[in-house]
Design a protein around this ligand. Structure first.
Ligand SMILES: Cc1ncc(COP(=O)(O)O)c(C=O)c1O
Length: 379
């Protein structure tokens, strides 16, 4: 059964509060940097490229020099196996529209970044496989296997996961690849939070490197903290599929923004210091949350997530998470996302969770505001 695309609940909630709440405590991106800071990383030649840039259209696939840099972030991928998009979001849309038709079946995990289910659901039958909150948001690969049908064309995964922060063990990813390979199923892997892991040992391979029908989604927005560039990409060893994506992109953004392409290239060339900075901010914020949540164990079930910039934790207050999230943003200016934002059309999602973000530098200020408010308002 298909469904018309419903409003993107998270983006709708964010559009009300993201730019008005004083303390954005649920951001999914790492702290961004200003243009002069980014340009300070650039070589003289790259800075001159930016300053002398001609503002014409660029190649639909993405500027070759940018795709070269992106390819360098994979083990086996060449520049012709990368296609750029306006953020990760356009790539999700294009890939689902091109890969799926009405007679197909897709499998996605829940909870999810809503585009992952709403777009396929508008095209074909979709089965959701739920991460298990009572088991550290574990994914049961057996449930994926059980959901596969003869017409399953696509499995869509996202680790580190938004909103749970879960990373599956490498063996589970290998098992999913083996299931896909048996039937030629495309594996769409949203890897936008990769490179921010609690322990680098938990870092998963990128599926485009390990599976011939793997589609690796990534973007400058999250681990690199540069969402305003709107540069995302898909890496895939199947060039014919990328060409089909290109034909679809001709109807959407046509090409990326030229200035963003140069800036993304500069950031990727200097990714080690940028990532080290962002990981440092995440580590410090997690330590601050550890200390804060330890003061309120009767209210929150905090557990450090495996990776990414967000966690989805239980709120145990008697008022319920929906009332709490709305009250705390109005009265204390502290923005979190409540469970309802992650409602799924496929599976029940626990109704008592808060999405907490820890990629931004100002998190300690938000913690102070929240502590102050809780102390005055919650017995
Ligand atoms: C899992 C996931 N995929 C894709 C996106 C879209 O990324 P972008 O804003 O760069 O288009 C997001 C943004 O929050 C996300 O969390």
């Amino acid at each position: 059964m298909t469904m018309p695309m419903r409003d993107f609940a998270l983006e709708t909630y964010m559009s009300e509060w993201e730019f008005t709440a004083r303390h954005h405590m649920t951001a999914s991106d790492a702290e961004t940097i200003r243009l002069p800071e980014l340009l300070a990383y650039a070589s003289d030649a790259d800075r001159a490229d930016f300053e002398n840039l001609s503002l014409g259209y660029t190649e639909t696939f993405g500027a070759p020099a940018l795709r070269q840099e992106i390819a360098g972030t994979y083990e086996t991928i060449g520049p012709d196996e990368v296609m750029c998009f306006a953020g990760a979001e356009e790539a999700v849309y294009v890939a689902m529209k091109v890969l799926l038709s009405a007679q197909d079946h897709a499998i996605v995990i829940t909870p999810n970044y809503q585009a992952a289910e709403t777009i396929p659901l508008s095209i074909c039958a979709v089965t959701g496989v739920a991460l298990d909150i009572d088991n550290g948001w574990n994914l049961d690969v057996g449930q994926i296997e059980a959901a596969i049908r003869p017409n399953t064309r696509l499995i869509s995964i996202n680790f580190p996961n938004n909103p749970t922060g879960r990373i599956i063990p490498r063996g589970d990813l290998e098992a999913i690849v083996a299931l896909c390979r048996k039937q030629g199923i495309w594996l769409f892997s949203d890897e936008v939070y990769r490179l921010i892991e609690r322990d680098p040992e938990m870092r998963l391979p990128q599926v485009a490197d390990v599976y011939e029908r793997g589609l690796s989604l990534n973007v400058m927005s999250k681990a690199y903290g540069l969402p305003g560039l709107r540069i995302g990409w898909l890496a895939c060893r199947n060039r014919d599929m990328l060409v089909r994506f290109e034909r679809y992109k001709h109807f959407l953004s046509i090409c990326n923004s030229g200035p963003s392409e140069v800036l993304a290239r500069i950031a990727l060339k200097n990714r080690e210091p940028i990532l080290a900075r962002n990981r440092g901010i995440v580590r410090a914020n997690i330590a601050a949350f550890d200390a804060f949540f330890a003061e309120f164990p009767h209210l929150f079930d905090w557990r450090e997530p495996d990776g990414g910039c967000v966690a989805f934790i239980r709120y145990k207050g008697a008022d319920g998470v929906e009332a709490f999230a709305r009250r705390v943003v109005r009265e204390a200016g502290v923005l979190f996302l409540p469970s309802s934002v992650y409602r799924s059309d496929l599976n029940p999602v626990p109704a008592d969770c808060l999405r907490v973000g820890f990629g931004r530098r100002a998190v300690p200020d938000g913690i102070a505001a929240l502590r102050n408010w809780l102390t005055r308002n919650v017995p």
